[in-house]
Design a protein around this ligand. Structure first.
Ligand code: ATP
Ligand code: MG
Length: 254
């Protein structure tokens, strides 16, 4: 095991650590063990990619990390907090302040404009509507959508809708951004644009970014690649700490 290779840069801190996390759905004959002892470390200042075959537990694991779902057992620490010690209401507040989530299918509200959609987290926090929409307009402009802020989701392309969803996930400046297959519904070029955008605007020294992806064309955007299979983390690669990703072989972290 070459753990030295897996150390983050000196300015990084651990944003998420999971140990022995299990998750069971259902009971009796219909019981599914979606996670079977997953261990995961995610660092600030990095984009961590979470990859693995369909059904291996990626969405389940990031939903637990984002405090959307409770683990059955195991330890989950996110931004210094032990999620098992938090009440339901504390988790709602924690999500609203500290976490941004980008879904594969965007999940935009169809009757709101692009700027209104992006402003939703600020409106939930109680900010006055004009100020929230103005901030959303600025952010969308930064994301190359300045001329589309009054469009409805149905009037936007897939790549544009995903950029609105990214703006909505970033507008409250969360310390953890979680993206579940943000490029899966996009063609190759739009997918690449979204990944470049995420690297440019989302990766910040104080923030950790987790991106679930099936798409090996976007692996090169990751600072750390975490491979899952059958409800566990199987290996971790840190490609840019090696001279060559191909020649470096595999470094087992767990
Ligand atoms: N709410 C649920 N009830 C029952 N089983 C579930 C539920 N959610 C997920 N599962 C099961 O848990 C396992 C892991 O699912 P999960 O959605 O985490 O996989 P995934 O890696 O995200 O797959 P994909 O790449 O297809 O999105 C699967 O066997 C799935 O059927
Ligand atoms: Mg999934």
């Amino acid at each position: 095991m070459t753990t030295a290779m897996l150390e983050p840069t000196t300015t990084s801190t651990v944003a998420v650590s999971c140990h022995g996390v299990t998750k069971e759905f259902g009971s009796g004959d219909s019981r599914t063990r979606a996670l079977q002892g997953a261990d995961l470390d995610v660092y600030t200042g990095e984009m961590t990619l979470l990859v693995g075959p369909s059904g291996c537990g990626k969405t389940t694991l990031i939903s637990i990390v984002a405090a959307l779902l409770d683990a059955t057992a195991g330890e989950v620490r996110v931004l210094g907090k032990d999620l098992a010690q938090m009440s339901g209401w504390q988790k709602v507040q924690f999500r609203g302040e500290q976490i941004g989530f980008v879904f594969q299918q965007y999940n935009l509200l169809p009757s709101l404009t692009a700027a209104e959609n992006a402003a939703v987290p600020l409106l939930i926090q109680g900010q006055p509507r004009p100020r929230a929409v103005a901030r959303a307009t600025d952010l969308l402009t930064e994301l190359g959508m300045g001329d589309r802020v009054t469009a409805l989701p149905s009037q936007l392309s897939g790549g544009q809708q995903q950029r609105v969803a990214i703006a909505r996930a970033l507008i409250h400046e969360p310390r953890l951004l979680v993206c579940d297959e943000p490029t899966a519904a996009l063609d190759a070029q739009s997918g690449k644009n979204v990944m470049e955008l995420l690297r440019r605007v989302a990766v910040q020294p104080e923030r950790a970014v987790i991106v679930v992806t099936h798409d090996n064309r976007v692996f090169r955007f990751g600072d750390r690649i975490i491979y899952m299979s059958d409800g566990r983390v199987e290996k971790v690669e840190v490609p840019h700490q090696e001279t060559s990703f191909q020649e470096s072989g595999v470094h087992h972290a767990s």
